[in-house]
Design a protein around this ligand. Structure first.
Ligand code: NAI
Ligand code: MG
Length: 508
């Protein structure tokens, strides 16, 4: 079959490749929610369309959860937390169960990668080598913390030694509601659930309405991995309804959100009514800075990958490129030279490096920014247009002659669009790079160690990369300065954000 297809398909056709039988089975399933380790029907008939962004066609349906559905999931998580069926398990048992879930994802890696490609439009090859292995890593890393997290003995400063015994215990925060976006659905899901589970929390995961397939498939393995009922619940639905219900629910103790800064602010406000613990991973407009001594052969493709990977739909996208005046033209030519590699292809093409954007809404938004940039006086060095197709493709785009006040420079575009600017010296570029309401990440390309460290210390960003981009590791804290977020995920700090501290003072 594959051979016939390879022979008959036009080399530059944007027609989607065939789905596997396993993927078709998942897409054909009746919409359901995962609550208490069971697949349950919604209390109402409302559904959401599952769309393949490579074709723009409906390929399935999921539940658009009602308030009653959300309440049911929260009640399941609440009961499962309060009776201690999960938090009172020996930590090494929790560790083994989380690791078992990782094993089951790994055993079905090809299917998960295909579902992610169909749902998001991301190239199946990247999903296989990035999304699925990273998801497994997040689970395994946090699984180990289950048995390492502990409290400490601390002596009061105002009482004689030996008159009291005091210690600080660390306890799970309770029921977590975890709301995730569509750009890396399985990574986001596992990144969120793994620290909660390791800390002993129970949870309700709400995937993005555009991309719920892998979260639902993950739920298939929850009982098999050994999680007691109610520990992991998956509820699909719209943000302003199901998401909002979770944020305001009095039985939810903590909200963890990744998504737009606008919705992050709204969630933070809405969670105040019940003073929930909140962590937010939000947008970015990350600078990539190429210093005059940088190796252009590495920096140019690095800068290209920083913005074109995942069609630019990544919070850490290097969307503002600052290049020293002396090498500006060479670097821009080097970035432009990669656009053949990043040419949009259907997500299931094994040769694809860039797929379509996730939705028509997102494509329209990105094309709107390109038009605004042109209106404001920016010039297009390359791209700026979209291939004629039903899928939501946008060509890799470089905008030059931009000014600091243009919307294309200030706002998160979330597409394969980079704005390139010249600079003359380090202090000037540090100031320009920090001239943003965001502070998620930054990249620096230089061979000079002194320059690297001086610039790294000046940049207001939660992560700084030197001579690389988008390297994310579960052992390093991840999060934003300024309006890019609140709190840190991953690492020890990530699991600690799912705990409360309790000081116990006992008079002897
Ligand atoms: P969004 O922030 O609206 O959606 C993210 C998640 O939040 C989804 O699960 C959604 O259902 C939920 N949500 C939405 N409104 C909610 C509410 N009132 N209460 C609770 N949950 C709610 O992002 P959207 O609309 O999909 O994309 C809009 C823009 O946001 C993108 O163009 C991009 O610029 C940015 N974005 C940034 C992401 C990042 O990782 N930094 C990820 C996704 C989007
Ligand atoms: Mg939205």
């Amino acid at each position: 079959m594959a051979m016939v297809q390879a022979v008959t398909r036009q080399a530059d056709s944007l027609a989607q490749f065939d789905y596997s039988p396993a993927a078709k089975r998942v897409l054909a399933r009746k919409p359901a929610l995962f609550i208490n380790n069971e697949w349950v029907r919604s209390t109402h008939g409302a559904t959401l369309v599952v769309e393949d962004p490579s074709t723009g066609k409906e390929v399935g349906r999921i539940v658009d959860a009602s308030d009653a559905d959300v309440d049911r999931a929260v009640a399941a998580a609440r009961t499962a937390f309060d009776d201690g069926r999960w938090s009172n398990l020996p930590p090494n048992k929790r560790e083994r169960i989380i690791n078992k879930l990782a094993d089951l994802i790994e055993a079905h890696a090809a299917e998960f990668a295909e579902l992610e490609a169909i749902d998001v439009g991301k190239p199946v090859g990247f999903a296989s080598v990035v999304d699925i292995p990273a998801s497994v890593d997040h689970l395994r890393y946090m699984a180990g913390w289950a048995s390492k997290l502990g409290g400490e003995v601390m002596d009061p400063q105002s009482l004689p030694r030996g008159t009291v015994f005091s210690y600080v215990a660390r306890e799970p925060v309770g029921v977590a509601a975890q709301i995730v976006p569509w750009n890396f659905p399985l990574i986001m899901a596992t990144l969120k659930i793994s620290p909660a589970l390791a800390a002993g929390c129970t949870l309700i995961l709400k995937p993005a309405e555009q991309t719920s397939l892998t979260a639902l498939r993950l739920a298939d393995f929850v009982a098999e991995a050994g999680f007691p009922p109610g520990v992991i619940n998956v509820v699909t639905g719209n943000g302003h309804t199901a998401g909002d219900r979770l944020v305001k629910h009095p039985d939810v103790d903590k909200i963890a959100f990744t998504g737009s800064t606008e919705v992050g602010k709204l969630i933070n406000r809405n969670a105040t009514g019940t003073l929930k613990r909140v962590t937010l991973e939000l947008g970015g407009k990350s600078p990539v800075i190429v210093m005059p001594d940088a190796n252009v052969e590495e920096a140019a493709p690095g800068a290209a990958g920083a913005i074109f990977f995942n069609s630019g739909q990544i919070c850490i996208a290097g969307s503002r490129l600052f290049v020293h005046r002396s090498i500006f033209d060479r670097v821009i030519e080097g970035v432009a030279a990669t656009t053949g590699f990043w040419k949009p292809r259907p997500s299931l093409d094994p040769q694809a490096h860039m797929g379509p954007l996730v939705s028509k809404e997102q494509k329209d938004k990105v094309m709107g920014y390109i038009a605004a940039g042109k209106r404001d006086g920016a010039s297009i060095a390359i791209g700026g247009d979209a291939p004629a197709a039903d899928g939501y493709y946008v060509n890799p785009t470089i905008l030059v002659n931009v000014k600091a006040n243009m919307s294309v420079v200030r706002e998160e575009i979330f597409g394969p669009v980079v704005v390139a600017q010249r600079f003359d010296d380090l202090d000037e570029v540090a100031k320009a790079a920090n001239d943003s309401c965001y502070g998620l990440a930054a990249g620096i390309w230089t061979k000079d160690l002194k320059t690297m460290h001086r610039l790294a210390s000046k940049l207001k960003a939660g992560t700084v990369w030197g001579n690389c981009h988008a390297v994310i590791d579960p052992a390093l804290p991840f999060g934003g300065y300024k309006q890019s977020g609140f709190g840190r995920e991953q690492a020890r700090q990530g699991i600690e954000s799912y705990t409360e501290l309790k000081s116990v003072i006992i008079q002897l």
